[in-house]
Design a protein around this ligand. Structure first.
Ligand code: SF4
Ligand code: SF4
Length: 247
């Protein structure tokens, strides 16, 4: 007991100060993309041709965050003159149309489903479904339960049974083999329920786009309420999205 108290005294309070205080991520972190509209057209075409995800809209000079895997190729090729990545990790959206962006992203707090705040603002139980994800998105969700992020302090928990949950959080490209399990999990969640797509895979198929083995976009199967882009999305991106959308 004395050792426990001693350790506690020595280690102090380790939980993140976010969202009370802003957090600055490492310089190498790639967050919200910023499109520079005055970039020459040939540079835009060059970036689009090199993008492995077909995530660049040449005509409108926009980037599709739902497809982007944040590989940085476009930033490197254009030397930041067309697309540069900021260190802003608060870039989730509630409408699919908002994934196509020049870097300006509407405030997530103003989404159309405000009744969710009343229903789940004080207590939110979520069931995570890994529908053939590579485990990176899953790991960055799991880490929210650690003392550093301490998701439970906000009244949000991941639970084992869909019957005890208020919604599902889906990661992965939804392979053919996982489709039935995903739909059955969704059916088992009592109404009203929320659906959250995390990562490029669940939003658009991610690196597996075009494969006949996957579903290209969770929204083709279920009504998605919240989109959290990334490959994987940073734990703080996940945390920000959950707090802004539900609190
Ligand atoms: S960072 Fe995104 S938009 Fe840029 S090349 Fe990679 S996948 Fe394409
Ligand atoms: S979005 Fe990227 S990190 Fe997440 S499951 Fe797909 S490949 Fe893995």
């Amino acid at each position: 007991m004395l050792n426990t108290l001693k350790n506690r005294f020595e280690q102090g309070y380790r939980t993140s100060t976010y969202p009370k205080k802003t957090v600055e991520l490492a310089p190498r972190y790639r967050g919200r993309p910023q499109v520079h509209k005055n970039a020459p057209s040939d540079l835009v075409v060059k970036c689009a041709a090199a993008c492995p995800q077909d995530a660049i809209d040449i005509d409108r000079k926009l980037i599709n965050m739902g497809r982007c895997v944040f590989c940085g190729t476009c930033e490197r090729i254009s030397e930041g003159r067309f697309i540069s990545f900021t260190r802003d990790f608060e870039y989730s959206v509630a409408e699919k149309d908002h994934l196509l962006t020049d870097g300006e992203i509407p405030s997530l707090a103003d989404h159309a489903r405000q009744h969710f705040k009343k229903l789940f603002g004080r207590s939110l139980q979520l069931r995570q479904v890994s529908a053939a994800g590579c485990n990176a998105c899953e790991a960055d969700l799991n880490v929210l339960a650690t003392p550093f992020f301490d998701l439970a302090r906000f009244g949000i928990n991941f639970v084992a049974s869909p019957r005890h949950s208020d919604g599902i959080v889906v990661t992965g490209p939804i392979s053919r083999n996982m489709k039935t399990a995903l739909l059955q999990t969704y059916e088992a969640v009592p109404d009203p329920k929320v659906v959250i797509a995390v990562g490029s895979c669940s939003i658009s198929g991610g690196p597996f786009r075009g494969s006949p083995e996957i579903t290209e976009g969770l929204d083709s199967l279920l009504p998605v309420d919240l989109y959290i882009p990334g490959c994987p999305s940073h734990p703080l991106t996940n945390l920000h999205a959950l707090l802004k959308f539900f609190k």
